[in-house]
Design a binder for this molecule. Structure first.
Ligand SMILES: C[S@@+](CC[C@H](N)C(=O)[O-])C[C@H]1O[C@@H](n2cnc3c(N)ncnc32)[C@H](O)[C@@H]1O
Length: 296
C-alpha cells in the first residue's frame, strides 16, 4: 500500500466511528464518514457546461505532453508533473474556475508553473479550444499531445441532461482533431457510461481514418510518457495473466480497427482523486487505452 492509500485507510477507520456526515480531508481526498456507498460530495458537484461562457486564456506551451480533461482540483496533473519531471508539460482543463485558480496558484508557489498549467473552459466548446491554442506557432501545433486523459467525466445520467455529457461524437471528433493524441485514456466507475465512451471514440477514430499503433512500436518515441506507459502496461499484462484479460460485451467494435486495450491499473501509475475514492469503496474502475499513430 502506498503512503496515500495508507493514509486513506487510516482515515476511513477513524471516520467510521464518527457520526454520519462527518468527513476527513486526507491525502487531498474527502472521505465522508458514511462512505460505504457514496462518492464524496465534492466529486458529485456538477456545473452545467453551457453556463461556462468565458473563453480560457491562451496556453503558450510549445509542446504539451499530458492533458487531463475535467481535472477538478488538478491533483492528478500535479502528481504526474512531479513524477515525470520538468521535461514533461502537463495541462489540466476544468469547468470550475475557482478550482483552476487555486491549482494555478499552487503551481506558482511550488515553482512548477513552467511545465504545469490549468485553464478553466468548457471542453465541449470549439470556441474555447480556439482560445486555448490562440497564438500557437505552426511548429508548436504540428505535434500532437502525447497523453490525453478523460477520467470519470460527470455522468449526467438523466435523459434530459444528455446534452451536458462530456463524451459524445462531436466532442470525440473535436478532441481528436485538436489534440491528435498518441495515447487516449478513458476511465469511469460507471460501466454503462464507460462502454458508451469507448464505443463513441472507437467509431469516431475509425471514421477519421486514425490508425492504432502497437504498444511495442510506441516505444520508439521514448519520452517519459512512453516509458511510464510501457512500464505500467507490463504490470497490466502480469495482472491479465493472473486474473484474466478484461473484456466488455457491450462495446461493439465489429468492423472497427481502432480498438483499445482494457486495463486493470492506470497507464501512468497514478490514480486520480476519484480513483482513490473508488479503491477505498472497493468500486471497480473501468479503464481503456487507445494507442494511436500520430498524424501531422
Ligand atoms: C467526477 S469529476 C472527476 C475529476 C477527476 N478527473 C478525477 O478523476 O478525480 C469530473 C470533472 O469534470 C469536469 N467537467 C465536466 N464536464 C466538463 C466540460 N465540458 N469541460 C471541462 N470540464 C468538465 C467537472 O467539472 C468535474 O470537475
Amino acid at each position: 500500500m502506498c503512503h496515500r492509500h495508507r493514509k486513506l485507510a487510516v482515515a476511513a477507520e477513524t471516520a467510521g466511528g464518527e457520526g454520519a456526515g462527518a468527513a476527513d480531508e486526507v491525502g487531498n481526498v474527502t472521505i465522508p464518514a458514511n462512505a460505504t456507498k457514496r462518492i464524496s460530495a465534492s466529486h458529485k458537484r456538477m456545473t452545467n457546461p453551457e453556463s461556462v461562457q468565458a473563453p480560457p486564456e491562451p496556453l503558450l506551451f510549445d509542446q504539451i505532453d499530458v492533458i487531463d480533461i475535467g481535472c477538478a482540483r488538478g491533483v492528478w496533473p500535479r502528481e504526474v508533473a512531479a513524477k515525470l519531471g520538468s521535461s514533461t508539460t502537463c495541462v489540466g482543463l476544468e469547468l470550475r474556475s475557482e478550482l483552476v485558480k487555486a491549482a494555478n496558484a499552487e503551481a506558482v508557489d511550488a515553482g512548477t508553473d513552467k511545465h504545469l498549467r490549468f485553464r478553466a473552459m468548457n471542453c465541449k466548446s470549439e470556441a474555447h479550444w480556439d482560445a486555448l491554442f490562440e497564438g500557437r506557432t505552426e511548429s508548436s501545433s504540428s505535434t500532437g499531445v502525447s497523453f490525453v486523459a478523460i477520467q470519470f467525466p460527470d455522468p449526467w445520467a438523466k435523459a434530459r441532461h444528455l446534452r451536458r455529457r462530456l463524451v459524445d461524437p462531436e466532442f470525440a471528433a473535436l478532441t481528436l482533431k485538436r489534440l491528435r493524441p498518441k495515447y487516449l485514456y478513458l476511465s469511469s466507475d460507471r460501466q454503462d457510461l464507460f462502454e458508451e465512451m469507448v464505443s463513441v471514440y472507437a467509431e469516431v477514430l475509425d471514421g477519421m481514418g486514425m490508425r492504432p499503433k502497437s504498444v511495442v512500436d510506441a516505444q520508439e518515441g521514448e519520452s517519459e510518457v512512453d516509458r511510464e506507459v510501457l512500464k505500467n502496461l507490463a504490470a497490466n499484462s502480469d495482472l491479465d495473466a493472473k486474473d484474466g484479460a478484461l473484456t466488455y460485451d457491450n462495446v461493439s467494435l465489429e468492423g472497427v480497427t481502432c480498438r483499445p486495450v482494457y486495463l486493470h491499473c492506470h497507464p501512468l501509475g497514478i490514480g486520480t482523486e476519484r480513483d482513490l475514492v473508488c479503491e477505498h469503496l472497493h468500486r471497480k474502475v473501468n479503464r481503456a487505452l487507445f494507442v494511436l499513430e500520430q498524424q501531422n
